[in-house]
Write a protein that binds this ligand. Structure first.
Ligand code: IVH
Length: 667
C-alpha cells in the first residue's frame, strides 16, 4: 500500500532532483555534487520500483524511458508555428520599421531584440502543470511528436513550479553547442559513421532518433523564447520572457528592449561582434514589436508575422569554382578527398581548400571537378562544401571516379565493407609514416613542441626517424643534428628538451599517440583506466577488451589486432626502453587535494602553462569543480591574461581571485 507518507517522500525527492537539474543545467551553479545527486536519483528509482503506481510521467526517472519509437506520431499545433521574414541590412530594417509605424498610426512602440538561434524550433505543451507533449515545427501546422526525446533535455522543466500557471505552450530552440558538435563529428569519424554538416543538422538528426536512450547521450540544449498562456496577464513579449524565467526555463541572457530602430541596430552590431565567441551558433537577431496588443494589430501575412523580422548576419557562405579534387592519405591510411578551390574570402579568411570527407559524400552530393560549389563556414571555422550549383555545370563534366591506388605510394586501396573510407594498406607508405609522427608529437598525445611537420620530414629524410621510438634516440645524434642546415645548438637543444619532457606524459596519452585505428582520446582513457598498463592490455583477449564499457566490437578488434602485430610489439618495446610511461600512474595531482576538494572554481583569461582543459582536469582530479559562471557560491576565480567580465563579477561579489602562481601553490 502506498501511504501518503511515501507519496510525500517521492514528491520531495522529485522536487530536489528538479531543483538540482535547474541549478546545474539552467543556472550553471550546481549546489550539490554528483554523488549526492546520484543518491537522490537512486532513492527515487528504488521507491518507484517498489511502488510502480508512484511513477508519474513528469518524474525525472522518466526522462529516458520507453521502447524505441517505430515512427513519430504527428501533432497538430494549436497555434501555427510561423516563420520570420528576413532582412539582410539596415535599409531593410528601416523598411520594416516604416511599415510598423504606418500601421500603428502614430502610436508609440518599442522592440524586443533577441538572438536568432540556429537550431530547431520546438513547441512544448503543458497541461495541469505537466509537460504532456513536444513537437517539431514541421510544416508550421503539424509536426512530429518528439516528446520522449525532448524529455531527455534536463534543462527543460517537466512540470511548473508555480501553481498559478498550469496550462501553457512554450516555444524555443533546441541546439547543440559548437564544441559538442565537433566532438560528435570526431566520434562519428572514428566510428566511420556519417558526418553531420553543422551543429544545427546534428540537433535535428538527434531529435529524430527513434531511441530516446541514444538521444540522452547527445548534449542537447534549449533556449525558450515564447510562452502562450491565458493564466497570466502578459502585455508584452518581454513579460512572457520574465514569466519563462520564473517558470525556470533556460532563457538566453542576451536580449534587449529597444526604444527605436536605431537602438535595434546597435543591438545587432553588438551581437554580431560577439558572434564568433559565443559557444553556440546564431545566424542573426530577431526583432519583435514588444506590445502584444500591437502585435495583434499588425497581424500576419502569408505565414510570417508583420510584427517581427529576422536580421540575418552577413552570409558565411560563398560560391566558388572547385578546380580539382586531390587525395590525402592520413596516418591510418584513410584516403580523404580534398577540394581545391578558387580562393574566396569568407567570414574573415581566404579559403581555397575544404575536406570532402569521403567518397560517399562526393557521390551523395555529386561533386565534380570544375563545378561551382557553395561553401559555408560554421562557427567551427572549418569550411565545408554544402552544395553543387548544378545549373552552372559544364556539359562535359564527369562524376569523380573512385580511387584504385594510393596517390602517394601507388599501393592498391582497400575498403572495409562497413566503412566509408578507402585505405592504403601499405604500412610503409610515406604519407602514413609522416602522419603517424605528426599524431604522436601532437598536442593531445605526447605534446612535443618544436617538432613540427617540416622538421619531422627533414629528420625522416635524413634517416634519423624510422618509427616514433626513434624520436627518443635523437639525442644520440645531437652533434650531427646541430650541423644540419637551418638548425643550431639552441634549436636542437630545445627540441631535445621537449622530447625528454614528453616522457612524463601519462599512459593514456601514449596509447592515443600510437594512432591505433578507432582509438581516440576517450577510448584511450577508457582503456588505460580499465587495464592499467600495456602488458595487461596486450595479454587481454578480444572478448575481454570488448567487454569494457564504451568499447564496441570494431574498436576492440582494431586494438587487439594492433597489439598482436609483430611490428607494433617491437615498437612498444622500444618505447619502453626509451623510458616512456606504459602504465597508469596515480600521480600527485590525481589524488584528492584538500585545497580543491569540494571547491568550485571559475576560469577566465589565458593561463601561461596550462590550457583550459588541463587546468580543469587538475582541479577536478583534486576533487574540485569547474563552473562556467561566477556566483556567490564560487570559491575561486582563477584568472589568467586578458580575463573577461567574470573577473569583474568576482570582484563585485567578493569572490577570491587567484593567479596562476597561487594556483600552482595549491596544486
Ligand atoms: S520567434 C513568428 N525567436 O527562427 C515568430 N524564432 O524563421 C517566430 N528562431 O522557426 C519564432 N531564434 O526556429 C523566434 N529568438 C527567436 C528565435 C527564433 C531562432 C528560429 C525559429 C523559427 C525561425 C523563424
Amino acid at each position: 500500500m502506498v501511504t501518503e507518507e511515501i507519496r510525500k517522500k517521492a514528491r520531495i525527492l522529485r522536487d530536489k532532483i528538479a531543483d538540482a537539474d535547474y541549478k546545474y543545467y539552467v543556472l550553471a551553479e550546481p549546489d550539490i555534487d554528483d554523488y549526492k545527486y546520484d543518491m537522490l536519483f537512486k532513492e527515487l528509482s528504488d521507491l518507484e520500483k517498489q511502488f510502480p503506481e508512484l511513477v508519474t510521467p513528469d518524474s525525472p526517472t522518466q526522462r529516458v524511458s520507453g521502447a524505441p519509437a517505430k515512427e513519430f506520431r504527428t501533432i497538430e499545433h494549436r497555434i501555427p508555428m510561423l516563420s520570420l521574414s528576413n532582412s539582410y541590412n539596415f535599409e531593410e530594417l528601416n523598411d520594416f520599421d516604416s511599415r510598423v509605424r504606418n500601421i500603428l498610426g502614430g502610436e508609440k512602440y518599442e522592440y524586443a531584440c533577441e538572438l536568432k538561434f540556429d537550431g530547431i524550433a520546438v513547441s512544448l505543451v503543458y497541461e495541469n502543470g505537466r509537460l504532456i507533449s513536444a513537437a517539431t515545427r514541421g510544416d508550421g501546422f503539424k509536426g512530429d511528436d518528439i516528446t520522449q526525446n525532448i524529455k531527455t533535455i534536463r534543462s527543460i522543466p517537466l512540470n511548473f513550479p508555480d501553481a498559478k500557471i498550469s496550462d501553457a505552450e512554450v516555444r524555443g530552440e533546441v541546439f547543440i553547442k559548437k564544441d559538442d558538435f565537433l566532438r560528435i563529428n570526431q566520434q562519428q569519424e572514428a566510428k566511420g559513421g556519417k558526418l553531420f554538416a553543422n551543429a544545427r543538422n546534428t540537433a535535428a538528426g538527434t531529435l529524430k532518433l527513434k531511441d530516446s536512450r541514444q538521444v540522452a547521450g547527445r548534449p542537447l540544449n534549449f533556449f525558450a523564447y515564447y510562452i502562450f498562456t491565458s493564466q497570466a496577464r502578459l502585455s508584452t513579449h518581454l513579460d512572457g520572457i520574465s514569466l519563462l524565467k520564473k517558470l525556470k526555463f533556460p532563457v538566453n541572457a542576451k536580449y534587449a528592449c529597444a526604444k527605436n530602430i536605431d537602438e535595434v541596430k546597435k543591438f545587432c552590431d553588438s551581437v554580431e561582434a560577439e558572434r564568433d565567441g559565443l559557444p553556440y551558433e546564431i545566424d542573426g537577431v530577431v526583432v519583435k514589436v514588444n506590445s502584444l496588443t500591437q502585435q495583434e494589430t499588425l497581424g500576419t501575412v502569408s505565414r510570417s508575422p508583420r510584427w517581427a523580422i529576422a536580421y540575418k548576419f552577413k552570409a558565411k557562405e560563398a560560391v566558388t569554382k572547385l578546380e580539382k579534387i586531390v587525395l590525402q592519405v592520413g596516418r591510418t591510411g584513410a584516403v580523404t578527398p580534398v577540394a581545391i578551390m578558387q580562393p574566396v574570402f569568407l567570414a574573415g579568411s581566404t579559403i581555397s581548400r575544404a575536406t570532402l570527407h569521403n567518397f560517399d559524400e562526393i557521390k551523395r552530393k555529386d561533386i565534380r571537378e570544375g563545378d561551382y560549389v557553395k561553401i559555408e563556414k560554421g562557427g567551427d571555422v572549418i569550411p565545408k562544401v554544402t552544395e553543387v550549383l548544378k545549373d552552372k555545370r559544364s556539359p562535359g563534366s564527369k562524376p569523380y571516379p573512385l580511387p584504385k591506388v594510393c596517390p602517394v605510394c601507388g599501393h592498391k586501396l582497400e575498403k572495409p565493407e562497413d566503412e566509408v573510407y578507402y585505405y592504403c594498406v601499405n604500412y610503409e607508405c610515406p604519407a602514413q609514416n609522416i602522419g603517424r609522427f605528426i599524431h604522436f608529437v601532437g598536442r593531445n598525445s605526447m605534446e612535443i613542441e618544436g617538432l613540427g611537420e617540416s622538421i619531422l620530414e627533414t629528420f625522416i629524410g635524413r634517416g634519423y626517424l624510422k618509427d616514433v621510438s626513434d624520436i627518443y634516440r635523437l639525442k644520440d645524434h645531437r652533434d650531427e643534428l646541430i650541423e644540419l642546415e637551418g638548425f643550431g645548438e639552441k634549436s636542437i637543444d630545445n627540441i631535445l628538451e621537449g622530447i625528454e619532457g614528453s616522457k612524463k606524459k601519462p599512459f593514456d596519452k601514449v596509447l592515443f599517440g600510437l594512432g591505433i585505428r578507432h582509438v581516440g582520446e576517450r577510448v584511450a582513457k577508457v582503456l588505460s583506466d580499465a587495464f592499467g598498463d600495456i602488458d595487461a592490455l596486450r595479454s587481454a583477449s578480444l572478448e575481454e577488451i570488448r567487454s569494457v564499457n564504451e568499447i564496441g566490437p570494431k574498436i576492440a578488434e582494431s586494438i587487439h589486432a594492433y597489439l598482436n602485430d609483430r611490428r607494433s610489439s617491437a615498437l612498444i618495446e622500444r618505447l619502453r626502453e626509451a623510458g616512456i610511461c606504459l602504465k597508469k600512474e596515480k600521480s600527485a595531482s590525481v589524488a584528492s587535494n584538500e585545497n580543491f576538494k569540494g571547491r568550485t572554481f571559475v576560469l577566465t583569461g589565458t593561463l601561461e602553462k596550462y590550457r583550459r582543459e588541463q587546468a580543469q582536469e587538475l582541479i577536478e582530479s583534486g576533487g574540485g569543480k569547474v563552473s562556467s559562471s561566477v556566483s556567490k557560491k564560487t570559491d575561486y576565480v582563477l584568472a589568467g591574461a586578458d580575463p573577461g567580465s567574470k573577473l569583474d563579477k568576482a570582484k563585485s561579489l567578493g569572490v577570491k581571485v587567484i593567479d596562476e602562481s597561487e594556483f600552482e601553490k595549491m596544486l
